[in-house]
Write a protein that binds this ligand. Structure first.
Ligand code: PLP
Length: 389
């Protein structure tokens, strides 16, 4: 069965008559018929199986969502977290250890650096950033490297990486490779199938798809999956039934939403690249995008993100004025919902390695939503006059 079809049929009630969607379980306490039944359930939990013993440890609703995400990510295990950032920190807490070394791609989501400064370094973990290439990664790995962390494409300007080659090197050195897969959200690429050890997502974005729930997911196989689950239990991380239900509902339309996001974003990217004041449009689906061939090889499609890099002569205030004149684009950061968004972004501030971004023109990230493409184009067109000096 294809992924798209499976996502429509997973976790639906089996016995008839039935509602189309599963019931929402909201609970802290779980009660049992007999002491024996309670012991049996706890025994299942102790032997590593998923059990229904207490709300913090998961409910049938969260278990259904975990199974659906595992299908999406081609993994044996998935752990739900209350946000994407919580997912990132769960992975760091599980894999990093004081005195050891981690290597992180320079193009990752900026708040990863906050975790590095707030606790990884103070905790005694050595951290190096790498440029995303296998060559540079190879020079940085050492005998005590305990994790390689990346995100493909990179945040803000979508730097591509050769994920299978990174994964091969990681495996040769027996180091877990962790991939933030939020951009593809499983429907466009599955890191575990390309050789990574862990895939995590901000489910907040495309999985939920309606900008109304915070959610993180971490997916892995075998022993590593169990370790991640155990650490999540130790930390007391859990997700409420209503949020899990909404994410499950989001999954039903993920494939068709993504196709429309891609159609709109690619159409807008073509149009924007022809507009005055634009130096380039950053978007992996564009043939001139660095690493476009890797994107074509490893991804099955596009999403709604693109970033406009304006000519260096364009002042940031003019970009701000243009954004203020948009009527269909909200000003906000959390992409992946059905709606269009615009966000000025500072690429130089989000990178640690020497980079040319401070010299380049201002950047504006768009998340292209599900509105009609012609309306979005007309909106940008009327606001464009604000860019004139
Ligand atoms: C690539 C990526 N990873 C992780 C996150 C964090 O997700 P959350 O906002 O759910 O904590 C974000 C949020 O923007 C993101 O863009």
């Amino acid at each position: 069965m294809t992924l798209q079809t499976d996502l429509l049929h997973l976790a639906r009630p089996q016995s008839m008559p039935a509602s189309v969607n599963p019931a929402v379980v909201r609970t802290s306490t779980v009660t049992f018929e007999t002491i024996e039944q309670m012991r049996e359930e706890k025994q299942r939990m102790a032997s590593g199986e998923r059990a229904f013993t207490y709300g913090r440890r998961g409910t049938p609703t969260t278990h259904s969502l975990e199974d659906a995400i595992s299908r999406l990510e081609s993994s044996e295990y998935t752990q739900l977290l209350p946000s994407g950032v919580a997912a990132i920190n769960l992975v760091f807490l599980t894999l990093a250890r004081p005195g050891a070394h981690v290597v992180i791609a320079d193009s990752v989501y900026q708040p990863v650096r906050r975790s590095v400064e707030a606790w990884l370094k103070p905790w005694g973990v050595r951290v190096d950033y790498f440029d995303g290439s296998v060559e540079q990664l190879g020079t940085l790995l050492s005998d005590d490297t305990c994790m390689i962390y990346t995100e493909v494409p990179g945040s803000l300007v979508y730097e591509m990486q050769d994920l299978p080659a990174l994964a091969q090197l990681a495996r040769q050195r027996d180091i877990p490779l962790v991939v933030d897969n939020t951009w593809a959200s499983g429907i466009l690429m599955q890191p575990l199938a390309l050789g990574a050890s862990v895939s995590l997502m901000a489910g907040t974005k495309y999985v939920v798809g309606h900008s109304d729930v915070m959610l993180g997911t971490v997916s892995a196989n075998a022993e590593l999956g169990l370790r991640l689950r155990e650490m999540s239990m130790v930390l007391g991380q859990c997700v409420g039934g209503d949020d899990a239900y909404l994410a499950l509902r989001g999954l039903r339309t993920l494939a068709c939403r993504m196709a429309t996001h891609a159609h709109n974003a690619e159409g807008l990217g073509d149009w924007l690249a022809r507009q005055p004041h634009v130096a380039r449009v950053h978007q992996p689906s564009r043939p001139e995008h660095p690493g476009h061939e890797l994107w074509r090889r490893d991804f099955s499609g596009s999403n709604g993100l693109l970033t406009i890099e304006f000519d260096a002569a364009v002042e940031r205030q003019r970009v701000d004025a243009m954004v203020n004149h948009l009527t269909l684009f909200g000003i906000g950061s959390s992409w992946g919902g059905y709606e269009s968004l615009a966000l000025p972004c500072d690429v130089a501030a989000a990178r640690s390695l020497p980079n040319p971004w401070a010299e380049r023109g201002p950047c504006l990230r768009l998340h292209v939503g599900l509105e009609d493409l012609s309306d979005l184009q007309a909106d940008l067109s009327q606001a464009w006059r604000m860019l004139a000096p």
